[in-house]
Design a protein around this ligand. Structure first.
Ligand code: HEM
Length: 542
């Protein structure tokens, strides 16, 4: 079917829909007394739900169309895949980021890709897609991650492993890790956040504060409040201005330095973009967008993944067994790019984790001209429309009756990872503006997770911890993720060669061989890890 045909069909379907919603205005209605708005205004939703997104998920599950309105916010929220496809692909032009969003992040991001629409976006998208698909840029990104794991992450975890009171906030560790990695990738600059012997980087502190305060603007009752504070340079707006000034000074110094250096052989984004762009302010904006996009998302995804794993030891075992099978059980090196590609269960587990805990829990666009969504919802010009990946991951009508369970197997068909329709799973957004760092992010996440799973036993310091999120652009766990760490015996034996540990590891290896036959891997995939090379080979051939 041609795209015009499919568009016509959608339109006629929408016309047929007799949703009474059509007559409702979509605009802001601060006085609304409907049940949802009253519960929102009085915060009574919090009596039953720990997180706003859990309450929205509950409302969206109850809604026949999978769409609700919060009139007091002037916001239409949808978990309906047809609507999501419509706004992110079919009518992308009618659902831009819009001025309210770009005003909030404008001072920090300027005209960077994350914050613009139209020609400015198209130009950056084309340029960045070209660079990110380049093989040498991909291996540069991978080398950065591998080196950060080897030289900082593993030594840090090893230094607290087994220590009494050796509690570590894993969320904080991941935030430092991902900041170092994305800065090296974007600027070729190492802020050394995970290096505890180094003083905290000024850039990291300023960037952190600037993104936190910018996101805080979205939480004010009316944008007028932060705009007035900005005009008079008061309170949080004064701090934001100072933080952005520092980010700008450091970026300027860096760009100047690079302009005076031969960067033709450098692989970082800034050096590569320099060849095309002369305007240093624009260059700064483009690269800062990448830092914002690629930092907290990875840290958030890893934090919730390890929280889920702590309640699913069978998944940890299956990941270890699959990696032993692909890499060899005695191999303690990090997985290579190719080896990661062969780990279908790991790929399934990280996708499943982000289904339940997407790093970007919701994402809003602003309607350009009056419109009707495929489910019949009328959208007035200027209305905010939010698609909600967090709620979508919890919809029975999309994922079936076990939608609330963490089941990596749902992504596997005969042991091979199967993608789903991206509009059912818009964790990386979908359509023409799909996340540019998706592949890179997945590789980073899997490399970090696997390196820790193979070398450490990680337990929650408070085993009954539930996840409560702080409001912001990316999901952040309110109290962090305090964990206790133990090195795995095999790892100790190989790296430290203590005779006692070597005996323990030998016994464990024997135990593993004996229990191999009854392993979770076998139950899951119907074959033992030692058979899996042949298995996968025959899968590929057929
Ligand atoms: C688990 C990791 C990640 C997740 C879940 C994720 C998710 C997303 C989402 C939902 C968007 C759409 C945001 C919007 O338009 O409002 C997005 C856009 C984007 N992401 Fe990611 N992201 C991840 C990692 C990364 C990384 C590592 C990079 C950098 C290399 C990156 C670069 C970008 C860029 C540049 C955009 C803007 C694309 C455009 O507007 O055309 N992301 N990402």
């Amino acid at each position: 079917m041609s795209s015009t045909e499919s568009q016509t069909n959608t339109t006629s379907k929408r016309k047929k829909s007799s949703n009474s919603d059509i007559k409702l205005p979509g605009k802001l209605k601060p006085w609304c007394s409907c049940e949802i708005c009253q519960s929102f205004v009085s915060s009574t939703w919090s009596l039953e739900f720990s997180n706003l997104c859990d309450w929205y998920s509950h409302l969206l599950r109850r809604s026949e169309s999978g769409t609700i309105r919060v009139h007091v916010l002037g916001n239409i929220i949808t978990a309906n895949p047809e609507n999501v496809e419509y706004m992110l692909k079919t009518r992308l032009d009618n659902y831009p980021k819009g001025k309210p969003f770009s005003a909030i992040l404008g001072d920090l991001l300027g005209k960077g890709i994350f914050n613009v629409d139209g020609h400015l976006w198209k130009f950056q998208r084309k340029m960045a897609s070209l660079e990110l698909s380049n093989l040498s840029v991909k291996s540069y990104a991978f080398e950065i991650v591998v080196s950060e794991i080897r030289s900082r992450l593993i030594p840090l975890l090893s230094s607290v492993a087994g220590k009494e009171n050796g509690v570590l906030d894993l969320q904080d560790v991941f935030r430092r890790f991902s900041f170092d990695s994305i800065c090296k990738f974007s600027f070729g600059l190492d802020p050394g956040c995970l290096e505890l012997s180094l003083p905290v980087s000024e850039f990291a502190v300023a960037f952190d504060l600037a993104s936190k305060l910018s996101a805080g603007r979205a939480l004010t009752v009316s944008p007028l409040i932060w705009k007035i504070k900005r005009f008079f340079n008061l309170g949080s707006e004064k701090k934001l201005r100072e933080a952005i000034k520092l980010v700008n000074v450091l970026a300027e110094v860096l760009i100047k330095h690079k302009r005076n250096t031969d960067v033709s052989s450098h692989e970082d984004l800034l050096s590569r973009f320099m060849a095309t762009i002369d305007d240093d302010k624009f260059l700064r904006d483009i690269v800062i967008s990448f830092v914002l996009a690629g930092r907290d998302t990875i840290a958030s995804a890893l934090t919730t993944f390890f929280w889920l794993l702590s309640n699913h030891p069978d998944v940890i075992l299956a990941i270890r067994e699959e990696s032993d099978c692909v890499m060899g059980s005695k191999n303690r090196d990090l997985a290579s790019f190719e080896q990661l590609r062969d780990m279908h269960y790991l790929q399934a587990a990280v996708h499943e984790s982000m289904r339940l805990f997407p790093p970007v829990q919701f994402d809003s666009k602003f309607c350009h001209e009056d419109d009707i969504l495929p489910d019949g919802t009328f959208v007035a010009k200027g209305t905010r429309v939010t698609y909600h990946p967090y709620a979508m991951g919890r919809m029975e009508r999309i994922w079936g009756p076990n939608c609330l369970e963490f089941k990596p197997e749902r992504w596997l068909q005969d042991g091979v990872f199967k993608q789903v329709n991206p509009f059912h799973y818009p964790v990386f957004q979908a359509g023409p503006r799909v996340c540019l760092g998706k592949e890179m992010g997945l590789v980073e996440m899997k490399t970090v997770a696997l390196s820790l799973i193979r070398q450490f036993d990680i337990q929650m310091a408070s085993p009954n911890q539930t996840l409560q999120f702080t409001p912001g652009l990316t999901a952040t766990v309110k109290k962090g993720l305090p964990v206790l760490i133990q090195s795995l015996p095999i790892f100790i034996a190989i790296h430290r060669m203590h005779i006692g540990d070597a005996i323990i590891s030998l016994s464990l290896t024997l135990l593993l061989v004996v229990t191999n036959y009854h392993s979770p891997y076998r139950r899951r995939f119907g074959h033992t890890p030692s058979q899996c090379h042949t298995y996968k080979y025959s899968q590929t051939r057929s």
